[in-house]
Design a protein around this ligand. Structure first.
Ligand SMILES: NC(=O)c1ccc[n+]([C@@H]2O[C@H](COP(=O)([O-])OP(=O)(O)OC[C@H]3O[C@@H](n4cnc5c(N)ncnc54)[C@H](OP(=O)(O)O)[C@@H]3O)[C@@H](O)[C@H]2O)c1
Ligand SMILES: [Zn+2]
Length: 349
């Protein structure tokens, strides 16, 4: 996650809602929103985290076990040296019943404090991946604190039809607004429900678009004289506005150049955009008067993210330095560098 809170922790929010945005109805029983296949998917997500967190309201209302259910997943966790089920974290300023179901299996922690304080506490316990499962008050707290990397939102095809029933979120100031949108990473139909995956944290968003740039680079016509690169331009609202790859339109066009060529030079989205490239933008060109670094500066794009420093196979790259010197925010995220190297193995010799 990016920002000041929980920098090293990945925070995944997960919940299911009705078509009218409710987490539950007002009856005493727990409302089952999703289906068996989705509940199994949630079980797999649980198996992949270090801790699961809910608010005391959810404990009082639903009394969930918060455990990994599948014996195979429990066994796999143990084989990996982890407890069979992740740490269970319950937020409460008061009392949580001693006989609550979550206490029956595995380790648990009842705690309180601000989101930042709670995350710091969990970080101290070695939690690197946290799953927040509700309810509405807790989801609102994590979202408005900007402490969420990903939201997995399942929509069930029915209406609760009662505006006083628990809602997905309460009112608040959310960092994601109409001008600064979350990144829709995927939509998946699971039987009669739909799973939406939204990326919220900056590094998760960057990782998503870089993966897209790397995928685009696989379309490059083969060459031994130039790298295979993919590029995507994303506007401030989080929408992809152009893409390109090396040799897309002619033998020498570069990925960033090809993407930029699809937009008017005075496109009003450019001054708020980010360009993602699978390789550091070039700073000198033999085949063209302007380098991609120059083109990016001329377009007025304020942020550049790439996976991998251009190796000095063909020319010495100073793209990152020149962009930064001109006031552009330059971010290097080497997570996908191995893949980029593999795609360019012939050029790298
Ligand atoms: N559909 C789904 O996916 C899903 C998932 C989970 C829950 N739900 C539903 O959501 C409803 C519960 O939501 P809710 O909004 O009422 O409750 P909630 O968010 O589960 O819990 C709120 C409670 O958590 C405690 N809390 C929250 N933040 C805290 C903090 N920073 N420090 C200390 N304590 C904190 C407080 O407990 P104290 O009052 O003890 O201080 C507060 O009353 C239930 O109807 C449940 O069925 C649905
Ligand atoms: Zn270039």
């Amino acid at each position: 996650m990016s920002g000041m809170i929980g920098d090293t922790m990945y925070v995944l929010l997960s919940c299911a809602i009705s078509l009218d945005g409710h987490l539950d109805d007002n009856s005493a029983e727990r409302l089952v929103l999703s289906n068996a296949a989705d509940l199994d998917r949630v079980d797999a997500e649980r198996a992949g985290v270090d801790a699961i967190l809910v608010g005391a309201g959810t404990i009082r209302n639903d009394n969930p076990r918060l455990s990994v259910r599948s014996p195979a997943r429990r066994a796999a966790r143990k084989a990996a040296g982890k407890p069979a089920t992740p740490l269970k974290v319950v937020l409460s300023n008061g009392d949580v019943p001693a006989d609550a179901a979550f206490r029956a299996d595995g380790e648990s922690l009842v705690t309180h404090g601000s989101v930042a304080e709670v995350l710091a506490q969990l970080e101290e316990r070695g939690v690197e991946r946290l799953m927040v499962e509700g309810g509405g008050r807790v989801l609102t707290e994590f979202l408005t604190a900007g402490a969420a990397d990903e939201l997995q939102l399942v929509i069930a095809p029915f209406f609760v039809g009662d505006a006083t029933a628990p809602r997905f979120v309460h009112d608040g100031r959310f960092p994601w607004s109409k001008d600064h949108r979350a990144t829709l990473a995927s939509v998946e139909r699971i039987g009669n429900v739909v799973l939406h995956r939204y990326l919220l944290g900056e590094s998760a968003v960057d990782g998503h678009w870089l993966a897209r740039a790397v995928e685009l680079s696989r379309n490059c016509p083969p060459s031994t004289a130039a790298f295979s690169v993919g590029a995507v331009i994303v506007d401030a609202a989080g929408e992809e506005i152009a893409w390109g790859y090396s040799r897309e339109t002619d033998d020498t066009v570069h990925a960033e150049e090809s993407a930029l060529a699809k937009l008017a030079g005075d496109d009003p989205r450019l001054p708020g955009a980010t360009i993602y490239s699978s390789l550091e933008p070039c700073s000198t060109r033999r085949s063209r008067p302007r380098s991609c670094t120059r083109l990016i500066l001329d377009a007025g794009i304020p942020r550049v993210v790439f996976t991998y420093r251009e190796p000095s196979t063909f020319v010495v790259g100073e793209g990152a330095e020149q962009l930064a010197a001109a006031g552009v925010t330059v971010v290097e995220r080497p997570e996908l560098a191995d893949e980029v190297r593999e795609i360019n193995r012939r050029q790298l010799g």
